[in-house]
Design a protein around this ligand. Structure first.
Ligand code: ADP
Length: 349
């Protein structure tokens, strides 16, 4: 109790000491003066001195502690003094200093966590900006090269002028893809994207995406099909435009990384409350060591191949963001030279 005294105990102790000293002096004085009834005198003095000292000490202690605590609370609670202290009274029978110490420690812990969070964000942003400038550099450099060559005389050479212009345009297209994908990523990461959830037919959406890619697939003679048994139409609850983006990116990848005369198959599987949607191809596949990274932004298994076919390296990262914004999951299975299967879930309507 004395190791960790409350303000009330301190006030009582101080009063006891002062009372004992005063009463001792009064007793000595009474004996010396040969008072008629020294015991009664001493008792009355003891009660008066103890009460007076106790209330005075308690009052000043309370005011002193309150003033100190107010400053601490102002700092840790954004200028606000907690309600219990608003009436300027402190319960002196509690160990108020210990309570404040606990709150200050909690506050310091939270501050530390916030700082760690900001550090991570700063690091993430630094890397992001670095990655972006790195990605933009190549097409800008290429466009610059082709345009300067044309201006330096190549534009009058009918053998090369059109080819150079086409190459410059291809790089402009790549720039546009990167910027559009970056916009999507930044919208997704800033949490600005509000999902407009409504029920829709996922198979019908997949058919629309297949139609979009008919010409691209036909160029490589890749067949876009539904898995056997996927005749059933599944109603899901999700944001249709975002899920269109997911299917678009996955089907596009299945063609980009597919093989000539290959196959892309979309399947639906009933999973109790969810539907599992799979986009499978029999293309080049992905080596095991790359699999954990394919959803990272700007990650490419084969950088030159991805860039050559106009990839931004952000497609799967966008897909993952959208699926996770729906509180669902996405995964990939793949074997090199055999093909890949990307599967994600959506809630059934
Ligand atoms: P990119 O714009 O490069 O296609 P993505 O984020 O869509 O970017 O994909 C990241 C990388 O994952 C690709 O560069 C590619 O190496 C690999 N990848 C994605 N889909 C497939 C697939 N269906 N088959 C094989 N590799 C794939």
């Amino acid at each position: 109790m004395l190791k960790n005294p409350t303000p009330q105990i301190i006030a009582r102790l101080a009063s006891l000491i002062i009372t004992a000293l005063s009463v001792g002096s009064i007793l000595l004085y009474a004996l010396f003066q040969q008072a008629a009834n020294p015991i009664v005198l001493v008792l009355i003095a003891a009660v008066l001195i103890f009460t007076g000292t106790y209330f005075t000490t308690a009052y000043y202690l309370e005011r002193y502690i309150y003033r100190k605590i107010k400053v601490i609370y102002k700092t840790i609670h954004n200028q606000k003094v907690p309600k219990k202290d608003k009436n300027k009274s402190i319960d002196l029978s509690t160990n108020i200093i210990e309570e404040v110490e606990k709150e200050v420690n909690e506050w310091a812990d939270n501050q530390q966590k916030e700082i760690e969070k900001y550090k991570l964000w700063a690091e993430y942003r630094r890397r992001f900006v670095g990655d972006i400038s790195h990605e933009l550099k190549t097409p800008i450099f290429n466009i610059q090269g082709y345009l300067h060559t044309l201006l330096d005389g190549a534009m009058h050479n009918p053998d090369t002028n059109e080819a150079f212009l086409r190459k410059a345009v291809k790089n402009v297209d790549r720039l546009q893809t990167i910027v559009e994908d970056l916009e999507s990523i930044s919208r997704l990461e800033s949490g600005e994207m509000l999902l407009e959830l409504r029920p829709f037919d996922i198979k019908q959406l997949a058919e629309e995406v297949f139609e979009e890619f008919e010409i691209k697939a036909a160029r490589r003679n890749i067949s876009l099909l539904f898995k056997e048994g996927a005749a059933q139409n599944f109603q899901v609850i999700a944001d249709p435009e975002n899920i269109r983006q997911v299917l678009t990116n996955l089907v596009h990848n299945s063609i980009k990384y597919g093989i000539d005369n290959g196959l892309t198959k979309v399947g639906f599987y009933d999973m109790d409350r969810n539907v599992l949607i799979e986009v499978a191809d029999n293309g080049i596949g992905i080596k095991k060591e790359h699999l954990p990274h394919v959803f990272d932004r700007f990650y490419r298994v084969d950088k030159s191949r991805s860039r050559a076919i106009g990839g931004s390296g952000l497609g799967l990262s966008i897909v993952k963001h959208i699926v996770e914004a729906h509180a669902q999951t996405i995964n990939v299975r793949s074997t090199q030279n055999l093909g890949s299967t990307f599967g994600f879930t959506l809630r059934k309507a």
